[in-house]
Every structure is written in structure tokens, then in C-alpha cells.
Design a protein around this ligand. Sequence first.
Ligand code: G4P
Length: 283
Amino acid sequence: MNFQWYPGHMTKAKRQMQEDIKLIDLVIELVDARIPLSSRNPDIDELGKNKFRLILMNKSDLADKRQSEEWSKFFQEKGYFVYGLDARAKKGMKKITDIIMEACKEKIERDRKRGIKNRPIRAMVVGIPNVGKSTFINSYAGKAVAKTGNKPGVTKGKQWIRLGKNVELLDTPGILWPKFEDQLVGLRLALVGSIKDEILNTDELAVELIKLLKEKYAGILHERYNVNEDAKEIDIIYEIAKNRNCVSKGNEPDFSKAAILLIDEFRSGTLGKITVEWCGDYE
Ligand code: G4P
């Protein structure tokens, strides 16, 4: 599969982020809990060096809980603060402020020693497209979004959202590009729907999804679609077409319709809580 590539946009976004990062104490990086590594861009480690770091594993409502726990440990061992999130749920946002304070406690302590009291932590949200950055900012800010505006002495044009007395969030998230050039990363991004379906071959994607499900979630396809999991991937899709009444003209089983049905049911969580990228495969 080939994925689109926009070097111009990427360079601009990266330059913007380099500027914005100078203004903040903490980088809040969103990753997709179903593909915690493939939804990252390793540039962020260079861009965010010397900053406090928090990884929010978003869309955790769709991910396998046990895998998410393992990934949390994986990132914690590398020195990040980590929290599993469903950005749409709006719950758990108070907890995030607590974690931010914990992640930045060295800075708070440093300020205190210098006699600086109540200077809010400044943070920005970063992540690849579609990972949930805007959803998170809206949920976290809640209805009472208090934009602090352009304060004197602060770079022109920056809008800060004041969150209680302790945190200020840059209102525009930083966009990182995933590593498209890695085909496996591309496949995983495609599976979770981070790459537009118009540029994808969904038939091929469904075959890859079945391979993964057979290996990591044995029984799940049989349970939902009543198919023989020992059959070839292509035959399984035909069986899904028959069992789910995906038919084309002439009442023939429609392979492509069944492929789309399978992908949709996976992405929406109907098929179950599924993590595509397993932590154990990287350790
Ligand atoms: P971005 O700013 O990083 O590009 O992402 P954005 O917030 O636009 O979110 C992308 C999609 O992911 C949205 O769905 C959003 O609702 C969904 N989303 C964000 N966080 C979560 C989460 O924690 N769990 C789940 N299940 N979904 C999440 P959409 O299909 O583009 O729009 P809509 O269905 O909300 O209308």
C-alpha cells in the first residue's frame, strides 16, 4: 500500500512546534491506545527534550485493557508519565490536572524556592492527526473555556486556555506526522482509521485485520460472524459476506462490502476491545 506524503506541511508544522515548545513546561503527547508506538513520531523526543512529558493513551475505550496496562508500564519505564484516556467521555479530567502537577513537581518546587508562587504550568497538546487532540482540549477545557489571550510579554498570537489556577494550555495543538515510510506503521494507522479510506484498499486491509485477529484474538471472528477461523483470510471474508447478507447484484456474496463491514465493526469497538500493536512484540 502507498500512503500520501506532504513534506511541505510537515516541515512547517515542525517549525511551528519548535517555536511553541519554547513557551511551555510540559508536553502532553496523545497516542492511540490501540497502536501506541505507530501513532507516535519519534521527533517528539528531540523536540520535547528538557520538557516534562506526559503521554495520554487516548481512545482507551477501544483498546484491550491488559495491553494498555503493559504499554503504560513500557512508557513509565522510559520516564514518561502516562494516563489512559477516553477524550470523548469528559470524565477523569480532574485526574489529569493532578498528573500534570505530579509530572511538573520539580518545577513547582524550583519556583517555590525562588519565591514564585502560583505560576501556572504551561502545557501544549501534541500528536498525529486524528488521535483526538481537539476532542481532548475541548473536554479538558470543558464549557468554561477561559482564554487568557495575548498577555503582554508573551509571543504575539498565542492563545492560552486557563484551567483552574494551576494549568494553562496552548489552545492550538502541535501536529506530528507519523512514520508513513514504514509500511507496517502505515498499515496500523490505516486499520485504526487514521488514514483516509479513499486512498486505501479496504479489501487488502480486511485481509490484514483477519491475520492479526487470528493471531492475537483467536475465537473472536468465530464468535461474532460464525466463521471457520482455520480457513484462508479471503474465504473468511466471503463467509462473513454470506452470514451477514452482504450481497451484490445477482445475490452473489459481496467481498468488498463484507470487508468494509468488518473494518467498521473493528473501528467502532463492536468487535471488541482490540489492540493492534502488542507491547510484548517490542520488548
Ligand atoms: P485530532 O484533533 O487529533 O485530529 O482528532 P479529533 O479530536 O478531531 O478526533 C478524531 C476522531 O476521534 C473524532 O471522531 C473523535 O470523536 C474521535 N475520538 C477522539 N477521542 C476519542 C476517544 O477517546 N475514544 C473514541 N472512541 N473516539 C475518540 P470522528 O469520527 O472524526 O468524529 P465524530 O465521530 O466524533 O463525529
